[in-house]
Design a protein around this ligand. Structure first.
Ligand SMILES: Nc1nc2c(c(=O)[nH]1)N[C@H]1C(S)=C(S)[C@@H](COP(=O)(O)OP(=O)(O)OC[C@H]3O[C@@H](n4cnc5c(=O)[nH]c(N)nc54)[C@H](O)[C@@H]3O)O[C@H]1N2
Ligand SMILES: Nc1nc2c(c(=O)[nH]1)N[C@H]1C(S)=C(S)[C@@H](COP(=O)(O)OP(=O)(O)OC[C@H]3O[C@@H](n4cnc5c(=O)[nH]c(N)nc54)[C@H](O)[C@@H]3O)O[C@H]1N2
Ligand code: SF4
Ligand SMILES: [Mo]
Length: 704
């Protein structure tokens, strides 16, 4: 068997394979490499790579939008049509009328480097930026940045990618609203299991019994979206126990007293009622984090509520005040990251971004549009009209809230191009569809924590499929800026590592480069003046301290304290629909067989789970005459979908968990009918980040 890198997703796990005539005969975890993991989807690599549903040639629309009527075209023909149509839009409307969106299908290292999904590049970025359009966005409009950019920037003045749990040295590992078993890659999960073997205790705080809960030493179930209340209560409880170091608070935090004033009514009893977490468990979490070295892993489980960003802020602050930040076994802070790899051009744009009126802080932090406002721009021409869209590996009509709105939007566009591996639902509305490779079919590079590696092509491309990056080169070339993207695999490394001659040389000669670890790890760097540019003690925030009361939130007119926000459409809210929709709808916890909307057409994976489930409490099910496995209708005030019930005692009464990913026509029959985002609401979001509420809506479930 030969060593290689799995080509299905950006997890880039090392695997061992047997390949014959373009077929992967056998695949298993590599035993040689540190980065070895193999998830269920990777195991079905051959079925995905050689699926009959793969797009093989460029397609040009022949019929009406909404129909699958296309003809095959050559690359030349497709690209020149794209060049002509996008140029016409710019001529007639200005460059701001073009927008681009990158999804999870654009997260391969070189693609994301070239479109630069990261938030800290100073320049105007994104595919249409060279023409002058500021509207280049991504699924960052609804993934990661609430937890990874907003909360840590507001609290600490630093990006979240600098914070990482120190599993090896932790006495307790808290997994709070995250699910490492489905992280891609799953190396981290293995690290956690290893730490557990070595004596660390794993505590999970989740709203249902996930796979992570099954391996945990203890798991605590909470009502969806109520984490903020739990965190404030823990703070208040610890405060009443005089557990905080007052000198430390004075020296390193700003606004702690105002926050203490705010939380004084968060008592144990009302917390138990509101969150479903028992008093003894609230005290257990509080006592544990003050007394033991505690690592923290959180993520999307906390992002998608009206309170999402503020609750994440509060949790980071709790970790700081219990002295678990930048200490061994806690949440470590790494030194400032490396400079951008890919060369940036000085692109200029002259007009405000979509979503910047509604979400000015998103605009500031991300320098990209909050794309949940793209339908408004296309359909209502507010703040101006957008007429053309390029989608690179994004399933727009399935992954954004209130899918119908996005279908209307795609229908109305003058010109829409989507680049994908499969005929996604978006293709129904595309003028041109371009076929992309899996990473088995192209050569590029993979960046790991302290290492870069060349990723070799393992099979020839299927049909005429091309890697994203080459497709971007072709389109850019047709628009006059092809020189910004590498035209082929040979140019790719040169372009990407122009800034790092030593890395480039090593990659060309040995195929791998290991970054040298210059410094010994230092702890509590804020005490050493190692976090601020000016070398002073403290943090790179406006006050130089960790901000409970945020200067930047105040400047932008938001609530500066990390207060809990009661969403209108929640059990505590004012929507007035609780009688009709009495259950809390939570969508999208990761499952093994799909990656968001992907692979639900692959038979091997469908054998593991051929249908979408909604998990519900057994008593709620009984009240509705529903038994495990029954076909049910889930409805919200926006729409309804058919799924299957999983009744359990391992989710609190009144709560649900609905699988996400369905709705695309090539998928298995049960999945294709169930687009979860038919149920969600594009106008219900966290007001600071614009992140949609995916995890705390109201629904009803009926047996069909
Ligand atoms: N209700 C609800 N909605 C959600 C979520 C939720 O939990 N609940 N989760 C949100 C999150 S976290 C995210 S990140 C988004 C995900 O949103 P997307 O990134 O749009 O989701 P994917 O299903 O991964 O879609 C990626 C598309 O890219 C294609 N693709 C895969 N690999 C490649 C490639 O190499 N090149 C190209 N060109 N295409 C490729 C796939 O076939 C697929 O059509 O969804 C969000 N939406
Ligand atoms: N197999 C597979 N892997 C994936 C993906 C996939 O679709 N399939 N998606 C990828 C993407 S796009 C991303 S962004 C990452 C996300 O990575 P994670 O955020 O780690 O993944 P999730 O499974 O959504 O984990 C969130 C956990 O929070 C829990 N949770 C939900 N609501 C609440 C709540 O209100 N409070 C608390 N405390 N917990 C809650 C969920 O039940 C779930 O167990 O995963 C990536 N990996
Ligand atoms: S996480 Fe991604 S790269 Fe790793 S085995 Fe699974 S599909 Fe392949
Ligand atoms: Mo995501």
């Amino acid at each position: 068997m030969k060593e290689g890198i799995c080509g299905i997703c950006p997890g880039q796990c090392h695997v061992a394979l047997d390949i014959e005539d373009g077929r992967i005969k056998k695949i298993k975890k590599s035993e040689k490499n540190f980065a070895s993991a193999l998830c269920l989807r990777g195991f079905y690599s051959d079925d995905i790579l050689n699926s009959p549903d793969r797009l093989k040639t460029p397609l040009i629309r022949t019929g009406a939008k909404g129909e699958f009527s296309f003809r095959e075209a050559t690359w030349d023909e497709a690209i020149s049509l794209i060049g002509e149509k996008y140029s016409k839009i710019v001529e007639e409307n200005g460059a701001q009328a073009l927008a681009s969106v990158v999804g999870r299908g654009g997260f391969e290292n070189s693609t994301s480097d070239f479109v630069n999904l990261s938030a800290d590049s100073g320049k105007e970025i994104g595919f249409f930026a060279p023409l002058g359009s500021p509207n280049n966005g991504s699924v960052s409009s609804l993934c990661y940045v609430s937890f990874g950019v907003f909360a840590p920037m507001i609290n600490f003045g630093m990006l979240g990618n600098r914070f990482s749990p120190d599993y090896e040295n932790a006495e307790y590992i808290f997994i709070w609203g995250a699910h490492p078993p489905t992280a891609s890659p799953a190396f981290e999960y293995e690290t956690i299991l290893k730490a557990q073997k070595n004596g660390a205790k794993v505590i999970v705080i989740d709203h249902y019994k996930s796979r992570m809960c099954e391996v945990a030493d203890k798991y605590i179930l909470i009502k969806s979206g109520m984490d903020g209340v739990l965190i404030h209560t823990i703070f208040n409880y610890l405060n009443s126990q005089d557990a905080f170091d007052e000198d430390f608070a004075k020296k390193y935090t700003h606004g702690f007293d105002s926050y203490r004033e705010y939380i004084k009514d968060f008592d144990l009893k009302s917390c138990e009622e509101r969150t479903g977490v028992k008093e003894e468990d609230i005290k257990f979490i509080a006592d544990t984090i003050v007394n033991y070295k505690s690592a923290l892993r959180m993520y999307t489980g906390l992002e998608y509520t009206n309170s999402g960003m503020q609750s994440i802020r509060a949790l980071y602050l709790l970790w700081f005040m219990t002295k678990n930040v930048d200490v061994p076994g806690g949440l470590l802070i790494s030194p400032k990251g490396k400079p951008d790899r890919v060369k940036r051009f000085n692109n200029e744009t002259y007009c405000k971004r979509i979503g910047s009126d509604e979400f000015p802080l998103f605009d500031k932090f991300m320098k990209s549009p909050q794309l949940t406002k793209l339908p408004q721009a296309v359909l209502e021409e507010k703040p101006y009209a957008v007429k053309g869209l390029l989608s690179i590996g994004c399933a727009v009509t399935s992954v954004f809230p209130q899918s119908e709105l996005y279908e209307e939007m795609l229908k109305k566009l003058d010109f829409f191009v989507t680049v994908d591996r499969f005929m996604s639902k978006d293709c129904l509305y595309a003028d041109v569809v371009l076929p992309a490779t899996t990473y088995y079919e192209d050569k590029s590079y993979c960046v790991y924590k302290n290492k870069v590696e060349v990723r070799e092509r393992l099979v020839e491309p299927i049909g005429q499929a091309k890697p994203n990056i080459q497709i971007m080169h072709l389109i850019a070339d047709a628009l006059g800026y092809g020189h910004m993207y590498p035209k082929d695999e040979d140019e790719l490394l040169e372009f990407a590592f122009y800034n790092e001659p030593e890395t480039l040389k090593a990659l060309k000669e040995d195929g791998v480069y290991v970054y040298k670890n210059k410094n010994e790890r230092e702890y509590e760097k804020y005490k050493l003046g190692k976090l601020r540019e000016d070398g002073k003690e403290g943090f790179p925030t406006a006050t130089g301290k960790v901000e409970f009361e945020s200067t930047i939130l105040k400047t932008y007119g938001y609530e500066p304290l990390p207060k809990f926000v009661v969403g209108e459409e929640t059990l505590e809210g004012e929507s007035g629909i609780k009688d009709e929709f009495p259950l809390v709808l939570n969508t999208g916890a990761r499952i093994q067989t799909t990656f968001r909307t992907q692979h639900l057409n692959i038979d091997g994976l469908l054998k593991h789970q051929d249908r979408p489930y909604i998990y519900m409490n057994a008593e709620d099910a009984k009240d509705r005459g529903i038994e495990d496995g029954d076909k049910v209708l889930v409805s919200t005030r926006r729409g309804e979908i058919e799924v299957f019930a999983r009744t359990t005692r391992e989710i609190l009464k009144g709560d649900t968990e609905l699988n996400f990913g369905g709705g695309s026509p090539i998928q298995g029959e049960f999945w294709r009918r169930a687009n979860t985002n038919t149920l969600t609401d594009n106008s219900n979001y966290d007001e600071v980040t614009g992140f949609p509420v995916f995890k705390q809506l109201l629904c009803e479930i009926k047996k069909i």
